[in-house]
Design a protein around this ligand. Structure first.
Ligand code: 13P
Length: 351
């Protein structure tokens, strides 16, 4: 492992004014997104859509540091035969790859999941590196709610310590394998915002999850200087009647990260997790206004960057320019947020 080079890539991923485009939806997930805009999901439509994003000149050159790809995409070529990975590199961004293979039910923990994909990961990483990937992603999913652990309706709340522990262990196994393959791991322990819990409960669960994750990373000797953390924000569940203000989300998220994330980590790139486009931008902006942090704070958004371009495109070749404009706009808004320079009225002017 060459830690100096890993650190250089990690720093480039969180460079000021830039963030990561998470375009790594699995075939099942992208089908759901395409269903919502009435587009048939085929190998070609998925390619056309992603090619549209990667050819959004201004967004890719000025606001996007790296792109997370799905296995299918990393091997695909653009319509003119250029590998999509090359389009990303030519735009000045770094190609990355999602390497987890999704989730499975966790035995003995009803309702909870463990992320899988460690088998043969070392060999897969080698092939991805040869294709141009310089960073990778692995997402663990932690749900908050009323569990039925033990069966029946009396069960314990989730997450259980079991789910937190096995997922943290797998994240660290993945991260160590990535670094051995000279690939920067994005470590993503996502606490979902799907429930009706308040921000305090999210804070408490995320704290357990992050503490466990960093403990496992230390045990497995992962070099913190050569990784990026991709966490959720401290935020109320979508179904909670008690939604927190932008300032409260920012203040609590910063407090939480300061207490759990070592300063040796070069950067933190948030997931959007189902927040609206504008919310995700406003929260990132408010955090960067607080300032004085040991790590760079940026975005690694999927839905919050792509919902608008997907809608504008709607699968029609004549809408490609409109789709690209929508993507450039969201990327620019989030770029401003990485510097604490976003303003709500910039959204209205664009509308
Ligand atoms: P969202 O921003 O849509 O949560 O996706 C980011 C991601 O990569 C989840 O793994």
């Amino acid at each position: 492992m060459n830690l100096t080079d890993l650190n250089k890539v990690a720093l480039a991923m969180v460079t000021a004014g830039k963030g990561i485009l998470a375009a790594d939806e699995s075939t099942g997930t992208i089908k759901k997104r395409f269903d919502a805009i009435s587009v048939e999901s085929t190998e070609q439509s998925r390619r056309d859509y992603r090619e549209m994003l990667f050819r959004s000149g201004e967004a890719m050159a000025k606001y996007i540091s790296g792109v997370i790809l799905y296995d299918e995409t990393i091997w695909q070529n653009a319509k003119d035969g250029t590998p999509l990975v090359k389009l990303i590199e030519q735009a000045g961004a770094i190609p990355g790859i999602k390497v987890d293979e999704g989730t499975q039910a966790l035995p003995n923990c009803p309702g909870e999941l463990v992320t899988v994909g460690l088998d043969k990961l070392a060999e897969r990483l080698k092939k991805y590196y040869e294709r141009g990937a310089r960073f990778a992603k692995w997402r663990a999913v932690i749900d908050i709610g009323r569990g039925t652990a033990g069966g029946g309706t009396v069960g314990r709340d989730i997450p259980t310590m079991t789910a937190i522990h096995v997922n943290a262990h797998a994240l660290a196994r993945y991260a160590a394998l990535c670094q051995a393959a000279q690939i920067v791991p994005i470590v993503e322990p996502e606490v979902l915002m799907d429930g009706d819990h308040d921000i305090e409960r999210c804070y408490e669960v995320t704290q357990h999850v992050l503490n466990n994750t960093f403990q496992e990373l230390r045990i497995q000797r992962v070099a913190l200087e050569g990784m990026i953390l991709k966490p959720n924000m401290a935020i109320a569940g979508k179904k909670s009647a008690k939604q927190a203000s932008v300032e409260e989300v920012a203040e609590k998220t910063i407090r939480l990260l300061k207490s759990c994330v070592p300063a040796a980590v070069p950067g933190i790139a948030f997931l959007s997790g189902g927040q609206s486009d504008e919310q995700a931008t406003a929260h990132l902006d408010a955090m960067n206004r607080i300032g004085g942090l040991p790590w760079r704070l940026t975005f690694s958004y999927g839905r919050a960057l792509q919902a608008a371009p997907q809608k504008a495109w709607s699968g029609k070749a004549e809408n490609v320019a409109a789709g690209q404009r929508a993507f450039i706009h969201r990327a620019r808004m989030n770029s401003l947020a990485t510097k604490g320079e976003w303003k709500a009225d910039l959204e209205k002017k664009a509308a």
